[in-house]
Design a protein around this ligand. Structure first.
Ligand SMILES: Nc1nc2c(ncn2[C@@H]2O[C@H](COP(=O)(O)OP(=O)(O)OP(=O)(O)O)[C@@H](O)[C@H]2O)c(=O)[nH]1
Length: 301
């Protein structure tokens, strides 16, 4: 296979203090407004924010929502899980508001990142608000605190410096198949929303031990001429016993999960929805695929 034909795919975790400009950057990189609604972001390990194609590379931009709000004891476990999420990424990009500079919060993030052994990049954002000479001392200070592999100067809002950032990301993510086929990309937020809503219902309607082992994937999303949409989701479970629990007596529980999830989808999408659920035990490739594709939906079990 020639180089041009080889596909690449990887996870890019974008971290930063609140207000650093993460959402603005994700939107600018994706080129459109991409919001993947996550009803329970604090329980997710990472949340997929956007999937961006650059040359032959598929860049999956994620954030790690739990990292910076360790209010209670329980939250601390979530924070640890969230850091685990950043660790699984191929690149972690720390976004810093160059106008605000180094704050206590940023120092805490630097400490967290210092424990990671993989690739960490720095992007100084909002450079449109500062004179260029003021940027260098900040970049130096941050690089002294942590050994960043690369440093970028960007303005997410003005889309400055983003081409180079995307090129570099595309060049370093590993070779491998795309996680999301191209024809799914435009529907991706909807697909994930449907999967998340089904998962919400599993959480609400089954015993605690089941949801941790269940992932949900939207297999197909078909728009119909009459304005309705047909959605097929698969619920993957680890064991036959869990499958039986989710299906319930004569299918009663999976029916109820589907009924409530459908009602929620109808309300959100404001059009008729035909929702089909399929419960499967995971094996081999299924398991791997479901695990990765459900990244934004999976609890740290
Ligand atoms: N001037 C300027 N403003 C920016 C830039 N990037 C982001 N902002 C502004 O900074 C503010 C915060 O941006 P967000 O993208 O919401 O930041 P965030 O990191 O997602 O914030 P949280 O969701 O609170 O974590 C917004 O008012 C943006 O318009 C930039 O490059 N230049």
């Amino acid at each position: 296979m020639s180089d041009e034909q080889r596909t690449r795919c990887g996870l890019i975790a974008i971290v930063g203090a609140p207000n650093a400009g993460k959402s603005t950057l994700v939107n600018a990189l994706a080129g459109t407004k991409v919001t993947i609604v996550s009803p329970k972001p604090q329980t997710t390990r990472f949340r997929i924010r956007a999937v961006v194609m650059r040359d032959r590379a598929q860049l999956i931009l994620v954030d790690t929502p739990g990292i910076f709000q360790p209010r209670r004891r329980l939250d601390r476990a979530m924070v640890a899980a969230a850091w685990g999420g950043a660790k699984d990424a191929d690149v972690t990009l720390l976004l810093v508001d160059a106008k605000t500079g180094i704050t206590e919060r940023l120092e805490a993030i630097l400490e967290g990142l210092a424990k990671q052994k993989h690739r960490v990049w720095l992007a100084l954002n909002k450079t449109d608000l500062i004179d260029p000479p003021a940027l260098l001392p900040l970049a130096e200070k941050l690089n002294a605190a942590l050994n960043f592999e690369r440093t970028f100067m960007i303005s997410a809002e003005k889309s400055r410096g983003l081409d180079r950032l995307l090129d570099d990301m595309a060049a370093v993510v590993p070779e491998g198949p795309w996680l999301f086929p191209e024809d799914e990309l435009s529907d991706l937020p909807n697909r994930m929303l449907a999967a998340e809503i089904v998962r919400e219902q599993i959480l609400r309607q089954t015993h605690e031990e089941v949801p941790h082992h269940a992932t949900v994937e939207t297999e197909s999303w078909q728009e119909r001429d009459d304005g309705s949409v047909r959605v097929d989701c698969t619920i993957y479970v680890g064991r036959a016993t869990q499958k039986a629990i989710i299906i319930g007596d004569k299918g009663s529980r999976v029916k109820e999960i589907g009924r409530r999830a459908r009602a929620e989808l109808v309300a959100l999408l404001e059009r008729p929805v035909h929702l089909f659920l399929n419960v499967k035990e995971r094996t081999g490739w299924d398991e791997e695929r479901a695990r990765i594709r459900a990244i934004g939906l999976e609890d740290e079990g």
